[in-house]
Design a binder for this molecule. Sequence first.
Ligand SMILES: CSC[C@@H](O)[C@@H](O)C(=O)COP(=O)(O)O
Ligand SMILES: [Zn+2]
Length: 222
Amino acid sequence: MNQFSPQGITDETLVAAGTALAAEAARFAGLGWMRGTSGNLSVTLERDPLLLAVTGSGLDKGELTAADFVVVDRDGERVEGRGGSGHRPSAEAGLHARIARITGAGAVVHVHALPAVVAAHHWPDGVVLRDLEMLKGLGHLAHDETVVIPVVQNSQDMTELGDAFESRYLPATADVAEVPVVLVAKHGMYAWGADLKQARWHAELIEWMLRFAIETRELETR
Ligand SMILES: CSC[C@@H](O)[C@@H](O)C(=O)COP(=O)(O)O
Ligand SMILES: [Zn+2]
């Protein structure tokens, strides 16, 4: 009998997911990107039907254990009997599920890194980046390509946030590679990737480029 998930996902998969989520959260907390209880992370457990392991709500993300996750469905709703803890799922589980659904991501990370909020404040229509070596890490060109990091307005309604994300993401990826990040104004950023490590790389790279954009802003407008 499968201890955590009588319906199929193995104990090993769930333990690995919880262990990885806790380790990544501790790492982000160490960077100061998950202060207090802010931020949340998810990994895709199954694609069809979509199931995610998402961090529990309201927890200190620097102190998560491998059990501090909840299994949720394509709408970010808890799925009983599929493993995870007794915590409430992250308040933002619905947006994680929407991003995983639309982008095919294997992992989504949400952090309250300050440069994301400052950049969204300066450039509410999107942060324009070009001619930076770090863009290669997002799957774009280091020269002669303009990359726009989308910004959406904050909301406590995950359907509204998801709609805003989708309306920016789909046209932008119609014929060019995706930008695996979205900034939420006055809130933070979401980044994603094939797995947690790639999602983290994207978050780290974009945070560096946003800091560059902010710190060189006066020079650009002179
Ligand atoms: C200071 S926590 C703010 C929260 O409302 C939210 O934005 C957040 O990132 C964490 O929510 P959580 O429900 O713990 O996943
Ligand atoms: Zn948040």
